[in-house]
Design a protein around this ligand. Structure first.
Ligand code: FAD
Length: 374
């Protein structure tokens, strides 16, 4: 009996035509997954981008320093985890601001980290002025894939301290909780099905140099489950599935910016070129969320780019999943289906390379060709 007949027999035929998990009517039968095919062709690629992840081997810098009579609270260097950790490290940075007792706060940067931190400060009654060189979409945050990946390129675990690990855990838990309250708001955050598909048996280890998670916390996102051949349509023999969160980046950043303004926030377009520019700001407490931009101003030798290219395909409303295969991954967002999979340490070049995109298209096309149904 093929899957469609099986689902019909179970009385689930009409539900089964949608993507995602269809629970079996009988308890002993495992879930069966429908995975709509991607329409992959080079002429459906509408943009290619390269973003620079702000990486520090010891992890993001969340600490206070004095600059003359100004308190600087740093919150930068989130690597491949800035979207996921934004609320959590924003919360830690907010604690450092609140102990100063200062209510008028300057915040440098309007990426996902800066906007989350600004919103959290507003929640505690602070008057926040954002100073930023650029606004979304001209920020690194707009060039991310946008999945829940709090430990992706967040540090080098051989270098990071136990204290950082604790900070990371606190930030991850805080962020995860916060995202649960953003669900359902115009899909800025959502749960989706995520599949790992391979011809090779899983090693049980994720490779940090490929963006694999360097830490893991039990009890947040559900664990991956191995799917049997009859539960999925892929041709490859090794398939796992889990639910994971994703962020619809353009609407999310728009929501963050408009909420910040609605709550009385002020915003000035200004490039900070030197420490003197910071010293000249009227506010005595300054939160630094400049991402990679903090490197030159604060002479942070540890901060380095890890470039990541993405290719965006025209969206397909029926495709709502994330797919990881060796050498490439895709994530479906409202604004497009994003293909990617690389990270070049120390690379400042933001020119997209067609050969990466073509490789990813070929790899994913192969997976589609091997699928057992239309
Ligand atoms: C390809 C790719 C995929 C990614 N995927 C994910 C993912 O799936 N999940 C995840 O959690 N993270 C992901 N990330 C990582 C994430 O995008 C970053 O960690 C995050 O964007 C960092 O945010 P930020 O606000 O610190 O920096 P930015 O977005 O770079 O914002 C910095 C802000 O500071 C301003 N600024 C900089 N310099 C100055 C200056 N001199 N004067 C004034 N203003 C200045 C900028 O204009 C900007 O407004 C990905 C990144 C890339 C590149």
């Amino acid at each position: 009996m093929d899957r469609r007949h099986f689902l019909y027999a179970a009385g689930l035929g009409s539900v089964a035509m949608t993507s995602g998990c269809v629970p079996s009517a009988r308890k002993s039968q495992p879930p069966v997954f429908q995975v709509p095919r991607l329409r992959l062709s080079r002429d459906r690629i509408v943009k290619e981008t390269v973003g620079l992840r702000p990486f520090r081997a010891s992890g993001p810098r969340i600490e206070k320093e004095m600059l003359g009579n100004k308190t600087i609270v740093h919150n930068y260097g989130h690597g491949g985890s800035g979207w996921s950790l934004s609320w959590g490290t924003g919360h830690l940075a907010r604690e450092l601001v609140l102990v100063t007792g200062v209510k008028k706060v300057a915040l440098l940067g309007s990426g996902t980290v800066g906007l989350a931190t600004a919103r959290l400060l507003q929640e505690k009654g602070c008057e926040v002025t954002i100073y930023t060189k650029d606004l979304p979409p001209n920020v690194t945050s707009s060039l991310a894939t946008g999945t829940w990946s709090p430990a992706s390129r967040v540090c080098d675990p051989k270098v990071a301290t136990a204290a950082f690990r604790q900070q990371w855990e606190a930030a991850t838990r805080y962020s995860f909780r916060t995202f649960q309250f953003l669900l359902g708001m115009n899909d800025i955050a959502a749960w989706v099905d995520e599949y790992n598909v391979s011809h090779q048996p899983p090693t049980g280890q994720s490779d940090p140099s490929l963006g694999g998670e360097v830490f893991h916390l039990d009890g947040l996102v559900p664990e991956r489950q191995t799917l049997s051949r009859r539960q999925h349509p892929f041709g490859a023999p090794y398939v796992t599935w889990r639910s994971n969160m994703m962020f619809n980046i353009p609407s999310y950043l728009h929501y963050q910016l408009s909420t910040f303004m609605m709550l009385g926030g002020k915003l000035t377009i200004r490039e900070i070129k030197t420490l003197e520019d910071i010293d000249a700001l009227p506010e005595t407490c300054v939160v630094n969320c400049m991402g990679l931009g903090a490197k030159a101003i604060f002479n942070d030798e540890e901060l380095t780019p890890v470039s990541g290219q993405l290719a965006c395909l025209i969206p397909q409303s029926e495709v709502t999943y994330k797919l990881n295969v060796p050498g490439a991954n895709i994530i479906s967002r409202k604004d497009g289906i994003y293909l990617g999979g690389n990270g070049l340490v120390g690379n400042w070049d933001t020119t997209p390379k067609r050969e990466y995109t073509e490789k990813w298209v070929d790899v994913i096309q192969q997976v589609m060709n091997e699928m057992r149904h239309a």
